[in-house]
Ligand binder design. Structure first.
Ligand code: GLP
Length: 253
């Protein structure tokens, strides 16, 4: 595989790959992670919701249908979940994962975890459970327009593990498209913290579209600062960033 660019503003290089459009970004992301799944069928994956990974999930569904990929032995931990919605709620992230991936593939649903317990309450021992499973091998991430990852909003402490957050108005507005109106978007969520994310052995960050270009520019080319939560990834020892041309449009050529 050839990488378009190695950015080394932090101590450790980020591998940045710029694809023409969302479709080719999704195909590349799917194959980067599928390679690891094939190498290690017992893989522990950190999963993300939002619009961005949907294309990658579709590629995996096709690969499973064609018999080229299997999640039979895999374990997944989702990044975050809204509070106040139960798991069967059509806007919960559990439901999202079920509809967009899990029900179409051969994964053991008992090996898919979310940071809420059976009573839909915050599950604060999430990081311990992840470590019991020997840690996340590959964490998939999208990014919010303000540079948030998971639900770690600007200003978040880099050292936090899984915790409850109050969602900012801008994140609630951005996610309102998944609800019938913005009032319905929950006010709180539980998210892996930035330290939980940094504990993953490998991170794959995806971003598509011009509305992500400033967040990508600030997070990748700027200083490592809580102002841009994703900028912490500049210090991750194994982080791959896959962008489409629109999301990369503000990066220096
Ligand atoms: C939400 C999720 C994030 C996701 C972000 C961007 O806030 N908690 O995990 O990365 O939205 O979503 P999208 O990919 O739809 O732009």
């Amino acid at each position: 595989m050839k990488w378009n660019c190695i950015a080394s503003k932090g101590l450790i290089p980020l591998r940045i790959h710029v694809e023409k459009d969302y479709e080719s970004l999704s195909e590349l992301a799917a194959s980067v992670v599928a390679y690891d799944i094939v190498q290690n069928p017992n893989i522990v994956l950190g999963m993300a919701t939002g619009g961005t990974p949907i294309g990658m999930y579709k590629v995996w569904v096709n690969q499973v249908r064609e018999g080229n990929l299997s999640f039979r032995e895999a374990t997944t931990f989702n990044l975050d979940e809204y509070l106040g919605l139960d798991a069967t709620h059509p806007k919960s992230f559990r439901f999202f994962m079920q509809e967009n991936l899990f029900k179409h593939i051969d994964i053991n649903i008992n090996r898919t975890f979310f940071p809420i317990d059976d009573m839909n309450q915050p599950f604060f021992e999430y990081d311990s459970l992840i470590q019991q499973e020997s840690g996340i091998d590959v964490q998939i991430l999208g990014i919010g327009r303000n540079g948030h990852i998971g639900f770690n909003e600007p200003g978040e402490d880099f050292n936090r593990l899984t915790h409850v957050v109050e969602l900012t108005e801008s994140t609630r507005q951005a996610n309102a498209r998944f609800f019938s109106n913005s009032e319905e978007v929950p006010t709180h969520a539980i998210t892996m913290g930035l330290a939980s994310i940094m504990n993953a052995k490998k991170v794959v960050l995806l971003a598509s579209g011009v509305d992500k270009s400033l967040a990508i520019y600030n997070s990748i080319s700027g200083e490592v600062s809580p102002k841009y939560p994703a900028s912490i990834l500049q210090q991750h020892p194994n982080c791959t960033v896959i962008l489409d041309e629109d999301a990369a449009s503000l990066l220096p050529k």
